[in-house]
Design a protein. Structure first.
Length: 343
């Protein structure tokens, strides 16, 4: 047996993604955590070195899940693996398999693990503003900040997947096998955050419908022309990646008794596409950014709220973003992207 077997561990799926990189880096800084990194692609060597175990494979692979059950003692799962909104629209059935069936299988892993070691497994789930679906721009402007229970009528497969998985998590946390004679009190402690559009200085965007914001910045830094697929007045909430990482870790550490719900909105700043464009033009000499709207992709952005009401997260577990718009761009994004491209 290798030395990682049966040590209390944290499983991170989708470890190669933007949030996976950030989480593993943060755990490594704090020290002491045994990290199992799982991704369908070979894990980036820079983060692999910070993990106890690396598994390359598909979360739908039953043999892989059986390996997780037999080799590890898992106390927390950060389930980041997903097919994102734009890709999901091209392959909705595949998205459902990955996003829903993959989540369901991991919830079962969590149940089995909790039965084995006798304590609840925290299941951290990054949901999305894609879970919302507003019918038109007039409604979007009128309602302003949206609460968690409002306008949950998503128009994308990704949004439908995320919303359903939130309900699955709540079921596994509070009602799992509720009619069984031998119903157990251990199980899953499901906690989800509906993230706004996330912008990272260190990783390149990979298929999200909100990615026009980071795409502008990365293209400008590389000296490449970029055509934004939404019009200049389109607006949704955004967040700098460090705040997203901090938020999911803070929610993970919060006592269960302090939490009044399973799913939380969080927000940081909300701005139109043109404001992001102007910041990119000022930051990167020679940047070329114009607008070539894609009506279908823009319609998805239009269905998402202009901003979110995150008062529950602020009250229950003290959420408070460190990066407002000014700090996000001038202290994190622009300097970080300049360093990434050697500027």
């Amino acid at each position: 047996m290798s030395d990682h077997i049966r040590k209390p561990a944290i499983l991170i799926t989708g470890a190669n993604g933007e949030m996976g990189h950030g989480l593993i880096d943060r755990f490594a800084e704090e020290g002491g955590a045994h990290i199992i990194a799982l991704d369908v692609r070979p894990v980036d060597p820079a983060i692999a070195a910070k993990c106890t175990a690396i598994i390359t494979g598909d979360i739908l692979d039953q043999r892989l899940l059986e390996r997780l059950q037999s080799e590890f003692e898992i106390h927390s799962i950060f389930h980041l693996a997903a097919l994102l909104s734009t890709r999901a629209e091209f392959t909705p059935e595949a998205a459902h398999r990955v996003n829903v069936e993959g989540t369901l299988q991991l919830l079962h892993v969590a149940i089995e693990q909790s039965h084995w070691h006798g304590s609840r497994v925290k299941f951290m789930f990054p949901s999305s503003i894609a879970a919302y679906g507003l019918p038109d721009l007039a409604t979007k402007a009128r309602v302003g900040k949206v609460k968690e229970h409002e306008w949950t009528m998503p128009v994308t497969m990704y949004g439908c997947n995320k919303l359903y998985c939130e309900h699955l998590g709540r079921y596994y946390s509070t009602h799992y096998r509720q009619l069984a004679v031998d119903q157990k009190r251990d199980g899953v402690d499901f906690r989800a955050i509906r993230f706004p559009g996330l912008i990272s200085a260190t990783t390149v965007p990979s298929g999200g419908t909100s990615d026009y914001a980071p795409e502008m910045l990365h293209a400008a830094a590389k000296g490449k022309r970029y055509s934004c697929f939404v019009r200049e007045d389109r607006q949704i909430p955004f967040m700098a990646m460090p705040d997203a990482i901090t938020a999911i870790l803070e929610l993970h550490e919060s006592p269960r008794e302090n939490l009044s719900q399973h799913v939380y909105n969080i927000g940081s700043f909300s701005m139109p596409a043109e404001e992001i464009r102007q910041l990119a033009l000022k930051a990167f000499a020679g940047a070329q950014i114009d607008y070539v709207p894609d009506d279908k992709r823009e319609a998805i952005v239009d269905s998402w709220p202009m901003d979110v009401d995150d008062s529950a997260a602020r009250k229950d577990w003290g959420f408070a973003p460190a990066y407002d718009c000014n700090r996000a761009f001038h202290e994190y994004l622009i300097p970080g992207i300049r360093r990434r491209y050697g500027l």
